[in-house]
Design a protein around this ligand. Structure first.
Ligand code: TNX
Length: 535
């Protein structure tokens, strides 16, 4: 009560000062904010609150280390996002003298910041100092900063809008270096625009990988210049018989560079030797059975294979891996390898090994669905756990790393419950709490040291557009972001669910068609953020 009176009178004084001098306001009047209870997702490693406020307003400026164009680009990204949320024009490295608070981007080699995504955010009354050793770390810190900006200007007495940020210090870094989402653009095609929006949303929650499932029985979605019919024929339809589509190499480059701007790596997947009906329709020589298959628009799996004993097939794969690798700056190439039910086991093992050599020749690191763990692969290759713990263990015996995507916990295409409008249920329902309440680090006895990270795959048999994609991905993808970033001992469903409730303002501003899970108290929450009704 007393504090309020003091605050109020300070407010009146400052308001008068402001009015009389036309000067910058000295004191802030804002609802009590606390850095420690701010609804961050993923939850940062350490947060210390000092319970004051930093004014983000028309006088704020951003300043970065000189001659560091990467930091400057990250700073401009922040300015752009502040503009989007508040309509403020915050200058970056302006030569005009700054009358308000400054947000500094600082390159630092401090020992707390010696991993590539680490950052420190020190917010005081007059300044914000975002320190990192890499621009990538600064970018992750920018996402935390964005989550600090209130949805609406919240200083009650100022004559111009002020967004007050709680003060204190955050020191943060992720537990895993690979925090991915996968989008299946083969069963249904998604446009470059759709993919960019997904990147925007994922980056906000500090994802750093987007895996694109670019080929399957129903469609081939990436231009290969040396095998043009793959897209001309193989790209011409999708599940349900719609028009399909494909990315030209220029489209793909546009996605890669948009992802890079968000410090996300694109992992291209060409699924083989199964899931290759679309390739064999385009070039019947590939399946080796002398038959020309038909385009397929159903949802069955496990009926197609490449001919694993034909040199032309390996020439084909070499061309595909070469062309895609040349436009993929990231270190990975995903070869699928799942559900090759009509490939003989010895042929499968031979095939996977031979394809690993091709991938390595093009300087990429192989990722495959967990079945590939049966083959004689090298330690640099990676197994993606989706279903078979025994195959994953075979991979670990070969010293391979593992990406955790167990279908019954991490598949975004599983229905939430029996009422879900989209999705499948072969691995069970995954309500929002079950998606969050498991630990990749002690799942099926996979040793923690073997885990490269986690990934949430979204298969697209039942979704045809961004709205439907968002219904399945949100809010669950937000929980997987936290499983990949925040240490296990700092994760807790009761605490998480309040923080998740607070994401509604952001999701609605971004026009995300998220599933309104009844497990989350979306409207009533402890932070006073109301749902925006005018969108
Ligand atoms: C299994 S997960 C598949 C996909 C399907 C998915 C549907 C995996 C490696 N293979 O081909 O789209 O189930 O949930």
């Amino acid at each position: 009560m007393k504090a309020n009176v003091v605050n109020f009178s300070l407010g009146v004084i400052s308001f008068l000062l402001l009015v009389s001098c036309g000067e910058k306001k000295r004191e802030l009047n804002f609802p009590e904010t606390n850095l420690e209870t701010t609804a961050f997702i993923p939850k940062p490693l350490q947060v210390t609150a000092t319970k004051d406020g930093f004014a983000l307003d028309q006088f704020t400026a951003i300043s970065t280390a000189k001659n560091n164009s990467e930091f400057e680009a990250v700073a401009s990204f922040l300015a752009e996002k502040i503009k989007g949320k508040t309509n403020l024009n915050i200058p970056v490295n302006s030569t005009i003298e700054n009358k308000g608070g400054t947000i500094y981007f600082k390159h630092s080699t401090d020992e707390n910041l010696n991993t590539k995504e680490a950052y420190r955010l020190a917010i005081s009354k007059d300044s914000v100092i975002l320190s990192a050793n890499t621009s990538e770390g600064a970018f992750r810190g920018v996402q935390t900063f964005r989550q600090l900006i209130p949805e609406k200007a919240n200083d009650t007495l100022a004559s111009y809008p002020i967004w007050t940020l709680p003060t204190g210090t955050i020191v943060d870094r992720p537990i895993y270096e690979y925090r991915g989402a996968m989008l299946d653009v083969a069963r249904h095609f998604f446009s470059v625009q759709d993919v960019k929006k997904y990147i925007d949303l994922l980056a906000y929650y500090k994802y750093n990988v987007l895996h694109l499932h670019l080929s399957d029985d129903q469609g081939w979605r990436i231009e290969i210049k040396s095998w043009p019919k793959l897209t001309e024929i193989g790209g011409s339809t999708e599940v349900g018989g719609g028009p399909g589509g494909f990315y030209t190499q220029d489209d793909y480059k546009e996605i890669v560079s948009y992802a890079a701007k968000h410090y996300m790596t694109i992992v291209p997947e060409i699924d083989m030797p199964g899931h290759t009906n679309a390739a064999s329709v385009s070039y019947p020589i590939l399946n080796g059975n002398g038959k020309t298959p038909k385009l397929y628009t159903g949802m069955r799996v496990g009926f197609s294979t490449l001919d694993t004993r034909k040199d032309t097939v390996y020439q084909f794969i070499d061309d595909v891996v070469r062309e895609i690798s040349a436009i993929t700056p990231g270190p990975y190439f995903h070869i699928g390898g799942d559900e090759s039910d009509v490939t003989k086991k010895e042929d499968y093992l031979y095939f996977v090994k031979r394809v690993e050599q091709i991938v390595q020749k093009h300087n990429k690191r192989l990722i495959g669905w967990d079945e590939v763990g049966q083959a004689d692969l090298s330690a640099t290759s990676i197994s993606q756990f989706w279903r078979h713990a025994d195959f994953v263990k075979q991979a670990i015996d070969k010293k391979m790393k593992v990406i955790m995507s167990p279908a019954n916990k991490a598949y975004l295409d599983m229905k939430y419950d029996s009422l879900s409008k989209h999705g499948l249920k072969w691995a069970g329902f995954i309500p929002v709490d079950a998606g969050y309440q498991w630990h990749p680090e002690d799942y099926e006895d996979i040793p923690k040291e073997s885990i490269l990270g986690i990934e949430a795959p979204l298969w697209s048999e039942t979704i045809t557009n961004s709205n439907e994609l968002e219904y399945l991905a949100f809010p669950r993808a937000i929980g997987y972001a936290e499983l990949g970033w925040t240490p296990k001992e700092n994760r807790n469903w009761e605490d998480y669910k309040i923080r998740l409730a607070n994401q509604s303002a952001y999701l609605e501003r971004m026009k995300v068609n998220y599933y309104n899970s009844p497990l989350i108290d979306w409207k009533k929450n402890d932070f006073g953020i109301e749902k925006l009704k005018d969108l």
